[in-house]
Design a protein around this ligand. Structure first.
Ligand code: GAR
Length: 212
């Protein structure tokens, strides 16, 4: 059964992970369809990009709303679109707890480092890659994980590594990681669509493919 996917982006998100998921659905690699992209600001390039790909977009801004009202608006939009899976892609806020609970085990996020290192509040984009460079680590990478009520702590689905080169800047490292992000996110969504992810405590077991 084809799954219905919503992608959440924030601020001025450029939407490259979102585009990777939409493209993988549109070429049939993922048995699913991105039915809705929700942004926190109308100016986000990601929303424009989604619309160009024929995907419905909505802006739900948390500004001037209580956390509870913001959560209810998100839930209403997701429920109305009959969404099976929510993908956070460059969504820099903590997803409101009522949404996490209503969609438990059905919300994923991508993070541009190897969690549980270099995660948590304030660790996004440039900050993550700068911290990796300052740490002296020889590898970095990306993590796709299920979302729980905290920043970057949910069960890990897929990770991919890249080398950290001696002459890396945060920009060159970010670009190397981003290539892997797109592949990792598509892989994780594909596994979800195939019903092959089982959460067992902190671990996510990847089940073998079922024969047709
Ligand atoms: C990606 O690198 C993603 O891993 C990161 O934001 C970027 C969004 O790029 N997310 C975080 O740092 C979350 N803590 P995109 O809009 O091109 O997908």
């Amino acid at each position: 059964m084809s799954i219905r996917i919503a992608v959440l982006v924030s601020g001025h998100g450029r939407g490259s992970n979102m585009a990777a998921i939409i493209d993988a659905c549109q070429r049939g690699e993922i048995d699913g369809q991105v039915v809705l992209v929700i942004g926190t600001r109308s100016e986000a390039p990601a929303l424009q990009r989604a619309a160009e790909k024929g995907v419905r977009t909505r802006v739900i801004s948390p500004r001037n709303l209580s956390e509870e009202e913001y959560a209810q608006r998100l839930l209403h939009a997701l429920d109305e679109a009959r969404v099976d899976l929510v993908c956070l892609a460059g969504y820099m806020r903590l997803l409101p707890v009522p949404v996490v609970r209503a969609y438990a085990g059905r919300v994923m996020n991508i993070h541009p480092a190897l969690l549980p290192l270099f995660g948590g509040k304030g660790m996004y984009g440039e900050h993550v890659h700068q911290a990796v460079l300052e740490s002296g680590m020889k590898v970095s990478g990306c993590t796709v994980h299920f979302v729980d009520e905290h920043y970057d702590t949910g069960p890990i689905i897929v990770q991919r590594c890249v080398p950290v080169e001696d002459d890396d800047t945060w920009e060159t490292l970010a670009a190397r990681v981003l290539v892997q992000e797109h592949q990792a996110y598509v892989q994780a969504v594909k596994l979800f669509a195939e019903g092959r992810l089982r959460i067992e405590g902190r671990r996510v077991r990847i089940l073998p493919p079922t024969s047709p």
